[in-house]
Design a protein. Structure first.
Length: 192
């Protein structure tokens, strides 16, 4: 036994190895105590990550996509992006495919269309009856599908209607494609 008894106090003295172990044990106990008192990520209360339109009283932003591919794209056909991802302020109507501007300002609109191989679609971004953007989506020569994206920054007035339609006088070939891995979509938000 490496310990020696002190007969006066009844305690033991230890060699250097025992002292190291006691010191390490004390340090481990201190660290455990610190960790027990420190809030962990799972204990912290965080606000919900979902965005509510009440958080943005003057906000306007939307994102929607076509849930199934359209086989009947006729001239002047308004595309209904029927599945809404975001609709802050509820100004996008999935039944009509139109966004109604809640206030005057500058807005950004994007639309992304997928077309199956060999097909093509001429599309327009329209504010009321005014064409403010056009796009030609073509998959001619492709062995699968292709997509194109149009982006427009435009000043609109409160109550203006914004939508995407097939060109009113030029014909189309093929289908407007949408699939779980690629979505034809329409997005917009108020810039200022």
């Amino acid at each position: 036994d490496s310990r020696k008894e002190n007969t006066t106090t009844g305690s033991y003295t230890t060699n250097g190895n025992d002292m190291k172990i006691q010191h390490q044990t004390a340090m481990v106990k201190r660290k455990i105590s610190q960790l027990e008192n420190k809030p962990s990520i799972s204990k912290e209360r965080r606000p919900p990550t979902g965005i509510r339109s009440t958080s943005f009283p003057d906000g306007a932003a939307f994102s929607a996509y076509v849930s199934v591919y359209e086989t009947d794209i006729s001239k002047d056909f308004t595309i209904h992006f029927d599945t809404i991802i975001t609709n802050i302020g509820n100004h996008y109507n999935k039944h009509t495919g139109a966004f109604t501007a809640p206030q005057h300002g500058v807005y950004v609109f994007t639309w992304n269309l997928y077309c199956n191989w060999g097909g093509y679609i001429y599309s327009q971004l329209v504010v009321n009856s005014n064409v403010v953007g056009t796009m030609f989506t073509s998959a001619e020569g492709a062995t699968d599908i292709r997509s194109h994206t149009g982006i427009v920054v435009v000043k609109v007035n409160q109550g203006d209607i914004v939508f995407v339609r097939a060109h009113p006088t030029i014909g189309h070939s093929g289908n407007l494609y949408s699939h779980q891995d690629w979505r034809s979509s329409f997005n917009g938000w108020k810039l200022y």
